[in-house]
Design a protein around this ligand. Sequence first.
Ligand code: TNX
Length: 674
Amino acid sequence: MIRYYKLLIAYFLCPLISVPAMAASAVPGIIPAPVEVEMREGVFAFGAGTVVRCSYELRPLASYLYRETGRRVRVESVAGIHGAQNVVWLFVDPAAGLPAEGYTLEVTRDTLRITGADRAGVLYGIQTLRQLLPPHDNLPVSVAEIPCVRITDYPRFPYRGFTLDVARTFTPCEEVIRLLDLMAFHKMNRFHWHLTDDEGWRLPLECYPELAREGGFRGGGSPIRNIYGAWGERYGGYYTPEQVWAVIDHAAFLNIEVVPEFDLPGHSRAVARIHPEILCRGPVDTASSAGYDLRKVWCAGREENFAMIERIIDEICEVFPGAVIHTGGDEVPPEQWETCPDCRALMEREGLENTAALNTWFENRVGRMVAARGRRQAVWNEAADGGRLEHDPVIWAWENHESVERAVRAGYDVVNMTSQYYYFDMKQSASEVGLAWGGVVDLAKTYGYEPVPAAEGDGRVIGVNGGFWTETFLWNGEWWRDYQLFPRMCALAETGWSQGSARDFGDFRERLDRWHLARLDALGVAYRGAPGVGIREAYAVPEGRIRAAYELTGSVPCTARNPYSHAADNDTRTFARTERTARAGDWFEFRFRSPVECGSITVRSGYSALPRFVIGPAVLEVSYDGRTYEVVDPRFGYTGTFRPRAAVHSLRLTVTGEGNGEDAVIIQDLVIMP
Ligand code: TNX
């Protein structure tokens, strides 16, 4: 860096005003913040008459510049960097002394030069140029004034990623591509595609076409039951091979490597529903689930399983050109392995002390398959809990900061994906939708987190990764994606790209508010707080509710820890949880001690803000006299509000479906409003 700085001084004799990269200035606030910004006098008029010159190889990027800025610029293939006015030069100069993916962007009155250390650097120079233009002014005919400036920029981490869980909620190809565009705009370069899980398999395979064809859908006649929303209906989808290639190609153009994930040995109920033979020899797990086998772990002692896994890994390696293949390893429940004679024999034979060791053994075996094909294995942090992982994997530490520290101490390369900061399925304030097990994750929290443990000196943390898990998605709907991702993704991108010492939330917030949110508006991103979106406080239990006395009973026994009374105590922090799921004919009843006059009643089931462990599908009825009932909602699922026409005596829910795909029902307190 010092060497580079000297070069800079020698280069420019004209007086220049040097400002810290992040200070608000005549240069629009750029996100992620560049390493160095030096202001000059004057402007470059970009637009009509501007010519883009570049080598033949860079022409697609010149067209991209044209497309993304909406300018009617002419592209010419010319080598060399001299002469002419009103010219944008794009070139790659490995000798410029810039780190990988770095660039300089130099704007004078006559020329605008983007010099990349490599092609990626040129791409990122173009992203910065896009941000130097006024956000809403992208009309082809207009001319935009770009301030004269010299920007020197390069990333802090080589790995700046985003995980999209398309297993819980299928995300159409076009939407994936839109997200890739937004990632590139923020200089992010890894797309982790979570393609398989308990509730869905979205990856088309020639070797096992039935996995996507059948495992891509839930509900209706599918072997996979509904869990999250759309009860009774068949819904879902999977990608065609052409769509997978389209995503890989588009990503590659944008310097984004696709990291596909085949999550195993746990998180595999979708495969197991279609190929039950992969499961352990042991009892089925249907006692609590109305006949739905909840088992989800590949048997480690069944040799044929590894042949099947190898065929899948082989095809994944054929389709995905990237360096890294993610093979899961998270959240493996131990019971199935513990009770399986084949797994026990295997553990004995291999001297494996517990199921954590068996998980590591399993991932090592899969890691060998990945390594044999010249790729690098990625795994979740638990895969390293039971011994040494042998194939130099990248550990994705997600559980908490300690899991990052542990993986770093063990000497692995680590991607920091700590859920408490980087999980964008977490809610952004107490009253908004989203999960909460990782706490409330607001923008300041994501931005403020330092991803490299203090004791670390040797670059073991290779990057950061944001995660969008989609269990709650169906319930919330399309608006929820942009709402959860932006602007938290901007904060993550800056942590990944900008130098750690320079992070200042006040300054970031200002750049967002003054410049960047308008850019997101122009790109059609319906971020949290956007015009017309606002802040949606859906789950606030409102002030002033009526604390009526009522009793809750039902046909399904509750656990001792979460009895029915917990949903009838007017304490919204506690809930009732049954010992099994509800079957058709099961019922629950709320009976008021004396009829309650009110404006509305909300019946709530499942986790709050997560449509899981729900009552429905069920019929909700109200009784005003204690003898006759009227249907309020014939298709009650998760929660619902109704306005009674008289004082309410009781409410009754009669279940109509065969379970909710889980092993329990959760019932919350009623919310009664005057
Ligand atoms: C934990 S991330 C999981 C996911 C869930 C997520 C929900 C990981 C390795 N496991 O399966 O979707 O929490 O926040």
